[in-house]
Design a protein around this ligand. Structure first.
Ligand code: UDX
Length: 428
């Protein structure tokens, strides 16, 4: 293998750790930096602070190549390319909070042989403003590259190692060339472009995928009124290769750290520049309503929810992660409690996170314990272990018979054979 250049990664969250472990797998030495000293200590001991399949093994495998520090100078000393993977959470205005990005930028020295490679999702124009800042500070030779991250939680390692594409936005200098070279072993299609376009690719891709989900959710809602089955409809639509079968699963809404934030971020970015992005308003509103439609489904079967015991199966925003950010379970459990229901929930992994975020919800130790005595069960997150549940045992344990499949993940015939009343999303 040709010599691989050492790199720095600032921020050891989902994106930072996966990027670090992925490049270590490709043979790079990686200096991982985080301001959280406790996190860095844990990482040095080999503890991974997040749940992501395969990540712990990969970090363990490459312990010799992965260096952890709280001092950004360690990265600057060993590497010329510094990947920035710090959080950019949404603020009340819907604009992302760029304070962590700005802190990294402000700590950079004047240098003609270093570059920041932006992995964090930032508004279009951020690269230009950082370059302006560098120029004003007399650090105009510091290079800047936008290299947005498209990984999906739960499949992040796989996404890093076989990406659909790599996007590199730069000024056509050594830093862009170096980033292209870093990714070359992956043999992925490369989109090399200007910085603003690279920034927009990320926002537009996420907004488009979110639009696809809200679209199929609205189709599902119309299916419910008209007797069609959205699963059949999506199958028929998805075979048109201009549409494609992915992201056409109707359910109780999208969540996570990216879609809600990026759709809102793009809407606000457009608004800040004077353009009213109407379509995105609808995408957001449909998603909000979709989480709440479960309530009326439950009321249809149970009447008032006061005093009713509702079991939620799954709490994470999707399977194979412990991430609860913008999870549909947050809105659903709060709405149920507001209507007077008692909420019991179980998630195979997210219970620690859930305990902090779901006040008043009883967390059960397994699925059967959660459904015990429940008037209704709602499948919120389609973990495999719920697909494999023994529905007769569920029916025996429940007090009532209603099962709402919020992800259309179950076999209605098997559920009904157990004596339960099955209702999915958009299934006639
Ligand atoms: C997403 C993008 O896919 C990724 O490219 C980007 O880098 C970050 O945001 P992630 O948030 O990990 O990744 O989750 P993803 O698997 O895309 O799912 C997002 C949400 O959409 C989940 O809540 C999921 O349940 C929901 N979803 C997805 C649907 O409701 N229907 C679908 O058909 C697909």
């Amino acid at each position: 293998m040709a010599t691989r250049e050492p790199i720095g990664v600032v921020g050891t969250g989902y994106v930072g750790l996966v990027t670090a472990a992925g490049f270590a797998e490709l043979g790079n030495e990686v200096w991982c930096i985080d301001i959280d000293a406790e996190k860095i200590e844990r990482l040095r001991r080999g503890e991974i602070p997040i749940y992501e399949p395969g990540l712990a093994d990969l970090v363990q495998k490459h312990r010799g190549r992965l260096h952890f520090s709280t001092d950004i100078a360690d990265a600057l000393e060993h590497a010329r390319l510094l990947f920035v993977a710090v959080g950019t959470p949404p603020t009340y205005s819907g604009d992302p909070d760029l304070s962590a990005v700005r802190a990294v930028v402000a700590s950079m020295p004047a240098s003609d042989h270093h570059a920041l490679i932006m992995k964090s999702t930032v508004p279009v124009g951020t690269g230009a403003s950082i370059k302006r800042f560098f120029a004003e500070q007399g650090k105009g030779d510091f290079r800047y590259v936008s290299c947005p991250e498209f990984l999906k939680e739960g499949a992040a390692i796989e996404d890093f190692l076989s990406p659909d594409r790599v996007v590199v936005g730069d000024d056509g200098d050594w830093a862009g060339d170096a980033v292209v070279e870093l990714y070359s072993p992956l043999e992925a299609p490369l989109v090399r472009t200007d910085i603003a376009s690279a920034e927009m690719v990320k926002l537009a891709a996420n907004a488009f995928l979110a639009t696809k989900i809200s679209f199929i959710n609205e189709i599902a809602n119309v299916c419910e009124e008209t007797g069609a089955d959205v699963i059949e409809v999506a199958r028929g639509m998805g075979l048109d290769d201009r549409i494609g079968p992915k992201f056409l699963q109707a359910g109780i809404g999208f969540g996570g750290s990216c879609f809600p934030k990026d759709v809102l971020g793009l809407k606000q970015l457009a608004g800040n520049s004077g353009y009213h992005f109407q379509l995105l308003n609808a995408v957001i509103e449909v998603n909000e309503l979709q989480k709440r439609r479960v309530i009326s489904k439950l009321q249809k079967h149970l009447g008032t929810l006061i005093g009713k015991r509702i079991a939620l199966l799954g709490l994470a925003f999707k399977p194979n992660t412990d991430d609860m950010r913008e999870a549909s379970s947050l809105v659903l459990s709060a709405r149920l409690q507001a209507d007077g229901a008692t909420v019991v929930a179980y998630d195979p992994v997210a219970d620690e996170e859930a305990a902090k975020l779901l006040p008043g919800v009883t967390l059960a130790s397994d699925a059967l314990a959660a459904v015990d005595g429940a008037d209704a069960v709602v499948l919120v997150t389609e973990w495999q272990e719920f697909r494999d549940l023994d529905w007769s045992a569920v029916a025996d344990g429940m007090g009532g018979t209603v099962l709402i499949d919020g992800r259309n993940a179950l076999d209605p015939a098997a559920v009904r054979a157990a004596g339960l009343t099955y209702e999915g999303i958009g299934r006639g």
